[in-house]
Design a protein. Structure first.
Length: 215
């Protein structure tokens, strides 16, 4: 099962991907998490990615394609995986198709998390993230058990640099400009499935489970 989760920042695709990954026993591959880990470890890749990420721009295609190429070759991906935040441009989608084709594989479904921009700004400004395990919380709607600390790994939660309002607006513009053309790309392949991402997390998860089992 190879799934692409598509949607603007803050649409809940990361949260849903984590839950789906645990339930189905297939890994969640988040290029955003991979890049944040590279930044935290101070690698050259992390240093160059940070310049783009802090401004809300996309990291160059060849960098993220390289990360995904290496990651999907790992053994835990052999029964499938969920791509969360990749592809984000048409060239990335084409590179993914080529990579999968060479292994006689293909994307089973691209799930579009539909939600209006207005809702996203408040979701993202209140978001708090664990940079160690990638878990996400919200200061009002999804609080951790202990304030400021990750429930899963007890690491201190932070507000991501790019979850500040001016950067959020840029990320949304980048989404509409560079990523939303993927909706047409996957619709034309007959594998686009949309869900209403304004619903509460459990309801979104129920929609997701229905879509994937009927797809
Ligand atoms: P995310 O955690 O998915 O919201 O990603 C955070 C940031 O990482 C984005 O705003 C981009 O700067 C960068 N990034 C993550 N995934 C990609 C991708 N597939 N292509 C380019 N840049 C990416």
């Amino acid at each position: 099962m190879i799934l692409v989760f598509l949607g603007p920042p803050g649409s809940g695709k990361g949260t849903q991907a984590k839950r789906f990954s645990v339930d189905r026993g297939i890994p969640q591959l988040s290029t955003g998490d991979m890049l944040r880990r590279a930044i935290a470890s101070g690698t050259d890749l992390g240093k160059s990615a940070q310049e783009y990420m802090s401004k809300g721009s996309l990291v160059p295609d060849e960098v993220v394609i390289g990360l995904i190429r290496e990651r999907i070759a790992e053994s835990d991906c052999r029964n499938g995986f969920i791509l969360d935040g990749f592809p984000r441009t048409i060239p990335q989608a084409q590179a993914l198709d080529a990579l999968l084709r060479s292994e006689a594989l293909k994307v089973q479904a691209a799930v579009l998390f539909e939600i209006a921009d207005g809702v996203l700004v408040s979701r993202l400004t209140g978001r708090r993230t664990c940079l160690k395990c990638g878990a996400m919380y919200h200061v009002e709607t999804m609080r951790p058990r202990k304030s400021g600390v990750c429930d899963q790994c007890t690491t201190e939660l932070v507000q991501r640099d790019d979850d500040r309002e001016e950067v959020i607006r840029k990320r949304l513009a980048v989404y509409h400009d560079q990523t939303s053309p993927l909706e047409k790309y996957y619709r034309e392949k007959g594998i686009l499935q949309s869900l209403d991402a304004t619903q509460a997390p459990d309801a979104v998860y129920a929609s997701l489970s229905r879509l994937v089992s009927s797809g």
